[in-house]
Design a protein around this ligand. Structure first.
Ligand code: NAD
Length: 498
């Protein structure tokens, strides 16, 4: 028996309500939608409110009412709420990780990591409550004192994807709260449960009613309304580049601040002097971890021709060895995709790759037999002889799917790596320090790894992408709180007494 207490005991198939003004509330229309376990879609994880615009208005009104009181609460006190949150998350880690595996399929080891990210962010951001620094800057004039102070943005609308159901809501919400904002959070419909659990725990940690409100429901309807609402001062969205562009257009019209973290087509460069075993392990983890459903997933491997065959053979062997199944089983290494629609979408890319003339080395099919029958499983897939112009080399697949592109030199490798609209995460494997440093200069992406996978963000390092992977903002690290504040420049004159 685990000694960990349950938050509110979560039963399979339970109905969950929105969290508005510190209370659980049903949607005005009384409608719900279900979320199912992608390892066995017959299992209903829960029913969630199919919220309407009236529910969104309630959530925004609650945030407006609560914001000024929260903003005038001393920042160290706001930080203490987050510290208590970190302790609660630690206490409930196992329970939350299990719920997350049920909700979106990734294996327990990874869902524990997802919760751990939220814990680490809560601890890190809690400390910012005692810093929340402005600057003092010398004035160019006599008897004058200049300084800057940080001011909350106001009401922040946060929209999150399904692949990190707790980590991403946490790494946006915690700094937004620390900065004195009130938040309306709309999680993805595939994974609403963990965001509601986050709200429940924050409330228990002492967050006043209305400072965080969570509503669930259709992304298009609620998302559009949230993004264009006159009372919303800032939108922070993580999602696809397509939705990001749409959101940026709406925000641009109203000059609303908008921070976007979007898709990727992340490359690993393997030069002829690379440690091949290390490169293969890193690509297998980067491409097939989280079933390839990470914004930083390895999706292209740009390999020097001299080592192409050896690399491909070892990667195929690694892919074929992976234990695939229900992520609750501790022996499983790769879980299902998030839903059956994603199986279809990934399989379409297999067909595209074959039509484009790339060579399928392994995978390329859904798993449907026996224990896979009710799930959303897809075989780890490797294509080789992929050329930079092909769709499978340019478009985000978001599944366990990797393309090998052969090149003949460092220069060609960089050119190919940069030849997509995205710029999130790129890795290079080489033992030549000169090429490692040249790559840090030449690669067009927000995250660069040397001799490590394209995934593996650390919460105290800035996180974000270049080009179509974002709009220039950075999350996590020291930028996290700043992102959710306005800067005020203050000029104080103290002329001598007459
Ligand atoms: P998505 O774009 O389909 O949805 C993201 C969120 O936007 C969801 O909550 C959705 O309901 C909402 N949404 C949908 N239509 C909207 C609209 N018209 N207005 C406002 N909101 C709307 O993305 P997804 O499928 O949930 O997640 C996968 C994508 O997210 C991938 O492209 C992945 O690369 C990206 N992602 C990026 C990062 C990053 O930090 N760069 C991290 C994780 C995921």
């Amino acid at each position: 028996m685990s000694a960990t207490p349950s938050i509110h005991p979560t039963e399979q198939g339970q109905t969950f309500q929105n969290f508005i003004a510190g209370a659980w509330r049903a949607a005005h229309n009384g409608e719900t939608f279900s979320s199912t376990n992608p390892a066995n879609t017959r299992e209903i994880v829960g029913y969630f409110q199919k919220s309407t615009l009236a529910d969104l208005e309630d959530a925004i009104a609650a945030a407006k009412k609560a914001q000024s009181g929260w903003a005038t609460t001393p920042a160290p006190e706001r930080g203490e709420v987050l510290l208590r949150m970190a302790l609660l998350l630690e206490q409930h880690k196992e329970e939350l990780a299990t719920l997350m595996t049920r909700e979106m399929g990734k294996v327990l080891k990874e869902t524990r990591g997802d919760i751990q990210t939220a814990i680490d962010v809560a601890k890190y951001i809690a400390g910012e409550g005692r810093r929340a620094e402005g600057e003092t800057i010398p004035s160019g004039l006599p008897n004058k004192f200049n300084m800057t102070i940080r001011h909350p943005v106001g009401i922040v609308g946060i929209i999150t994807p399904w692949n990190f159901p707790m980590a991403i809501p946490a790494w946006k919400t915690f700094p937004a709260l620390l900065a004195g904002n009130a938040v309306v959070l709309k999680p993805a419909s595939d994974t609403p449960l963990l965001a509601l659990k986050m709200a429940e725990l924050l409330h228990e940690a002492g967050l006043p009613a209305g400072v965080l409100n969570v509503i669930t429901g259709p992304g298009g309807l609620l998302g559009d309304a949230l993004v264009s609402h006159k009372s919303i001062n800032m939108i922070s969205l993580t999602g696809s580049t397509e939705v990001g562009r749409h959101v940026a257009e709406i925000c641009g019209r109203d000059l609303r601040r908008c921070a976007l973290e979007l898709g990727g087509k992340n490359a690993v460069i393997v030069l002829e002097d690379a440690d091949l075993d290390l490169a293969v392990d890193s690509v297998a983890w980067g491409a097939f971890g989280t079933t390839g459903q990470r914004c930083t997933a390895t999706s292209r491997v740009i390999v020097h021709k001299v080592v192409q065959q050896a690399f491909a053979d070892r990667l195929v062997a690694a892919a074929q060895k992976l234990a695939i199944g229900n992520g609750l089983d501790p022996n499983i290494e790769m879980g299902p995709l998030v839903n059956k629609g994603r199986v279809k979408a990934v399989h379409e890319y297999t067909q595209v790759g074959q039509q484009e003339g790339a060579k399928l080395l392994t995978g390329g099919a859904a798993l449907t037999e026996d224990e896979y029958g009710e799930g959303a499983f897809y075989k780890p897939t490797v294509f080789t002889d992929v050329r930079p112009g092909m769709r499978i080399a340019r478009e985000e697949v978001f599944g366990p799917f990797v393309s090998i592109l052969p090149v003949a030199s460092y220069e060609e490798a960089i050119q190919v790596a940069n030849a997509t609209e995205f710029g999130l995460s790129t890795a290079i494997f080489t033992n030549d320090v000169r090429n490692a440093f040249r790559a840090m200069r030449d690669i067009e992406s927000g995250l660069i790894y040397v001799n490590a996978p394209t995934t593996g963000a650390e919460i105290h390092m800035p996180f974000g992408g270049m080009k179509a992977s974002g709009n220039g903002h950075r999350e996590l690290g020291t930028h996290a709180v700043e992102e959710f504040t306005e800067n005020k420049s203050i000029f104080v004159s103290y002329p001598p007494h007459k």
